[in-house]
Design a protein around this ligand. Structure first.
Ligand code: SF4
Length: 483
């Protein structure tokens, strides 16, 4: 692969090669003008207007909510931490797991009471669930007090949709499957002063058989590198210390740009930006995690020495049924290639227990893979069928009790491994970024490898890099004091 410098990229860019449409800047400008119209409407009402934004699911949703907050701030809304009494409630939903979906239904159900106590409350539901036809139908019929529903591809048109609701008094449902695009220039209100999310791409082309993301978030769309790098530069100048590049599969970055650019190139460019910050990224797909990416991780001091590399199953047969595009052996080879370059890399992963048709022997293969890799932490999920995915209709003979028992076994073993790995830090002094104050009054901090430290120290240290002497450890965290 021939790599372009950013200068070459700008010089040679041929927009005809780009497959992903970009929303014209004039259309975003129009949305900002509509924000001002909403503000003018609200200004006529007595008192200031408040909004509550409730976000479910992954970091991509957190990043989307920061843009929705940006629009709301431009409309003149102030933010509050609960739905009670808010003039606008925005629920940004997640459809990836059944548990999150049920919580959304429960919490949207409870909004009928807050709305009864505050008649003018406007309730909006957006995000991945809102894109699903059966969810939209249920919201329409069973939640008549929900005012506005729209899918993730229409986030950029939120001001227009809200204004339509406010001026017509009619419920607005915009949940059709529209092609995704990239929208730049939407204002952002970030939730944190030290950590920031930067989306580098949206959507997914992988169609894992258990996953709804390609159906609800559409095909892969990459942001242009100059827009991403400008955002990172602004964040570094503003003093952000921990910047995470986001995408459903960041390793596919750039394929729709029609040029010889990839995620490793982008990461290298981002790491060359001046500033006192660390770069993280997620999520990586094992089939696309290249040697070149690992080389950049090893060579660039600004790239955190950690990788979240979901494996999902230790059985090649199950991986094939999941349409994951790699085998147990090729996954382990990727881990070996990474560790050859960064021996103490912090490795985390996702695994699904009880995929339809998984046999007991195949589950044992998953257990043996975690023994072999020894992840620092693992996000463990019991399979739950997602409507409209191929896995929903696969034969599933294993009894639920057996799946639950397997899940508990895997969890227990991983907890032991995580505890052992954490205890190995005791006595060491680790650089860390202090990012907050916990409920117990201690500081919270993150190591470069993203390990959580509960830290004894002054509250004034929040937002600074410190050295922490580790004195104790548990499965989930390290405990120490500022050196
Ligand atoms: Fe879903 Fe697979 Fe895409 Fe991840 S890579 S978002 S699991 S389809």
């Amino acid at each position: 692969m021939v790599y372009y410098t950013l200068y070459d990229y700008v010089k040679t860019e041929d927009t005809a090669l780009r497959q992903t449409p970009t929303i014209p800047p004039a259309d975003i400008e129009r949305q900002l003008t509509l924000c001002d119209q909403v503000r003018a409407l609200l200004d006529r009402a007595p008192g200031g207007k408040t909004a509550f934004v409730d976000t479910y699911g992954c970091q991509q949703n957190e990043a989307d909510s920061e843009r929705l907050r940006g629009y709301l701030a431009r409309m003149g809304y102030r933010f509050q931490d609960e739905p009670e009494g808010a003039d606008l409630v925005l629920v940004n939903t997640c459809a990836v797991r059944e548990h999150a979906e049920q919580r959304v239904y429960g919490n949207v159900g409870a909004l009928s009471h807050t709305k009864r106590r505050h008649r003018g409350q406007v309730i909006c539901v957006c995000g991945c669930m809102a894109r699903q036809d059966h969810v939209a139908a249920r919201l329409r019929q069973s939640f008549p007090y929900v005012d506005l529903v729209f899918g993730p591809q229409l986030l950029w048109r939120f001001p227009e949709l809200l204004l339509r609701r406010l001026t017509t008094g009619k419920r607005v449902f915009e949940t059709d499957d529209v092609p995704g695009a990239v929208a730049e220039g939407i204002p952002v209100v970030r939730q944190d002063r030290t950590k920031a999310w930067v989306s580098v791409m949206y959507g997914c082309n992988n169609f894992c058989t258990y996953c709804v993301v390609p159906y609800v978030r559409g095909r892969e769309r990459s942001r242009r590198p100059e827009d991403i790098l400008a955002e990172i530069r602004d964040l570094a100048r503003a003093g952000y210390k921990d910047i995470t590049l986001l995408g459903q599969n960041v390793n596919s970055y750039g394929r729709d740009l029609g040029l010889d650019l990839d995620f490793a190139w982008l990461l290298e460019q981002a790491a060359a930006i001046e500033g006192d910050f660390l770069l993280r990224f997620m999520t990586s797909h094992p089939k696309d995690a290249s040697d070149r990416l690992f080389d950049v991780m090893a060579a660039c001091g600004k790239v955190a020495p950690c990788l979240h590399l979901p494996f999902q199953s230790g059985s090649t047969r199950v991986l094939k049924a999941m349409n994951r595009g790699y085998t147990r052996e090729s996954y382990l080879e990727r881990v070996a290639a990474l560790r050859a370059r960064i021996p103490d890399v912090v490795l985390t992963s996702d695994v699904i227990v009880g995929f339809p048709g998984e046999t007991q022997d195949e589950f044992e293969e998953t257990l043996s893979l975690i023994e072999q890799v020894r992840y620092d932490a693992l996000f463990t999920f019991l399979f739950s069928p997602r409507r409209g995915t191929p896995a929903e209709t696969l034969p599933d003979p294993m009894p639920p009790e057996q799946k639950k028992a397997n899940f508990q076994r895997l969890l227990a073993r991983q907890n032991e491994i995580s505890g052992e790995k954490h205890r190995a830090y005791i006595g060491k002094v680790l650089p860390c970024l202090v990012d907050g104050v916990g409920a117990d009054g201690r500081l919270t901090a993150r190591t470069a490898g993203n390990r959580l430290i509960h830290l004894t120290g002054e509250a004034g240290l929040v937002g600074t890099w410190q050295r922490a002497r580790i004195e104790d450890a548990s499965t989930w965290a390290l405990f120490g004091r500022v050196e």
